[in-house]
Design a protein around this ligand. Structure first.
Ligand code: ARG
Length: 462
């Protein structure tokens, strides 16, 4: 019988029962449900609602249930219980009899489910943060290894200006650092206990909710019982953070897929993360990265799903909210596995240094430096930009790169050109000129690497 069966004359329709049950999804909350139940038993004792020996038996049995099920959590799925809260309580009553029936005093599944979910989310945030840090470590490793690798930088998928490959790695370091900090912010709001809110209006028992919150490791208790059982902002927030995080990984993947393409050939992905074609023997496809890019869509879908689910929901708990968990669980798992996959991809990545250099040299990506040269000789930037554009057009017509033009050819455009123009448009010199904070000169890259390493140490210590 269901825990709420007393008021009903007829048994549930068997199809409805399956339709209504959430055990197949929420069984993963078993640890959190038991943790919160033990804390609840302690507070029931403190409030003299149960006796000392009863609390001890409840706690011992709850721990026993957890030890037993830990060996094979999927065993829970064989049960006909409606959800994980019912499953734990039923088990308790089966083992303890009447004492087990006392645990739910003053508690509702409405405050229980959101307490369990918050506890689960707190743990998951910590795992996600670890995965972010591991990816950051790989990016820094690759940055240090490629401190001298000249790479073509792009805008509009057109070669734009030369960069050092490390600069690209450090860009992604910054992006995922923001994801890390968003998780930290979110954690503060998740780390508040709704338990003791009852079904919606609070509990009629004298419960110290603050102490109860501390017992479960929360920083404090929520302020309003009606809000506490209706609030799923943290699910929305987390799915939005995951969506941004996946957007970063998707751009990372797209960049690498492009760099790895036959047309660019700037990098080579390891055999370990690529696959072949069943028909075309020459193919080596970037599957791992394509999958990361592809999986991003489902995480965005989950964000939209929870926003639509909550829109227009009246206070307080409605069964619609049971649908919050599946997508959250799936999406966070997806994000975590994509972070881990990205790290593996970076580990086996090889950079085709000479191809990158040749492309960077041929792409007129030192045109801005040519314009800057004329500015240094006294010309205004607008005029020098215009003139450099004309020189590029001329060089294209001669099928030469800028450094291959003769001084006499430069002089046809302006008398300001001297022999030192070649030093100015030399790729390495172009890079070394980017000395402003966050620029791509070696000096700045080394600073950025050391800043990032400090950030990693800080991330680990949080
Ligand atoms: N299984 C439910 C969920 O996940 C638990 C809350 C049930 N509350 C209720 N009033 N039926 O949301």
């Amino acid at each position: 019988m269901a825990l709420w069966g007393g008021r009903f004359l007829k048994k549930s329709n068997s199809f409805f029962k399956k339709f209504n049950n959430s055990l197949q999804t929420d069984y993963v909350l078993v640890k959190q449900d038991i943790q919160a139940s033990i804390a609840w038993s302690k507070i029931l004792l403190e409030s003299k609602i149960i006796k000392d020996y009863e609390q001890k038996q409840l706690e011992t049995t709850l721990n026993f249930i957890f030890q037993e099920i830990q060996k094979n959590p999927k065993k829970i799925l064989l049960s006909e219980a409606e959800d994980i809260h019912s499953w734990v309580e039923k088990k308790l009553i089966y083992i303890l009899g009447d004492i087990g029936k006392k645990l739910h005093t003053g508690r509702s599944r409405n405050d229980q489910v959101t307490t369990d979910l918050r506890l689960w989310v707190k743990e998951k945030i910590n795992y996600l943060k670890k995965s972010i840090v591991r990816l950051q470590e790989s990016l820094i490793f690759l940055s240090e290894k490629n401190i001298s690798s000249i790479f073509p930088g792009y805008t509009h998928l057109q070669q734009a200006q030369p960069i050092i490959f490390s600069h690209w790695c450090l860009a992604y370091f910054e992006m995922i650092q923001r994801d890390f900090s968003r998780l930290n912010d979110c954690f503060k709001r998740v780390n508040i206990s709704p338990l003791g809110s009852g079904a919606l209006s609070g509990t009629g028992w004298k419960i110290n909710r603050k102490k109860l919150a501390y017992l479960m490791g929360f920083s404090k208790a929520t302020n309003n019982s009606l809000d506490s059982v209706s609030d799923r902002d943290y699910v929305v927030e987390l799915l939005s953070i995951a969506s941004i995080g996946m957007m970063h990984l998707s751009r990372f993947s797209e960049d690498l897929i492009f760099f790895n393409s036959g047309e660019c050939n700037f990098i080579e992905l390891s055999d370990e993360v690529t696959s072949g074609s069943s028909l075309m023997p020459q193919k080596k496809n970037p599957d791992a990265l394509e999958l990361i890019r592809g999986k991003t869509g489902s995480v965005y879908g989950s964000l939209l799903n929870i926003l639509v689910l909550l829109k227009g929901l009246p206070l307080a708990y409605n069964k619609d909210m049971q649908e919050d968990k599946k997508n959250l669980f799936d999406s966070l798992k997806t994000w975590e596995s994509c972070l881990n996959m990205s790290k593996i991809v970076l580990f086996g990545l090889k950079i085709n240094i000479s191809k990158c250099y040749k492309t960077a040299e041929k792409g007129y990506i030192n045109s801005t430096d040519l314009a800057d040269y004329l500015v240094r000789q006294g010309m205004s930037f607008r005029d020098s930009h215009d003139l450099s554009g004309k020189i590029v057009l001329y060089a294209i017509s001669k099928k030469k790169c800028l450094s291959e033009l003769k001084l006499s050819e430069f002089k046809k455009f302006s008398d300001l050109f001297k022999n030192d123009v070649y030093t100015h448009i030399n790729l390495i010199n172009c890079l070394e000129k980017k000395i402003s904070r966050g620029g791509t000169s070696k000096k700045q890259i080394l600073k950025a690497i050391s800043r990032s390493k400090k950030q990693i140490l800080k991330n680990i210590s949080i």
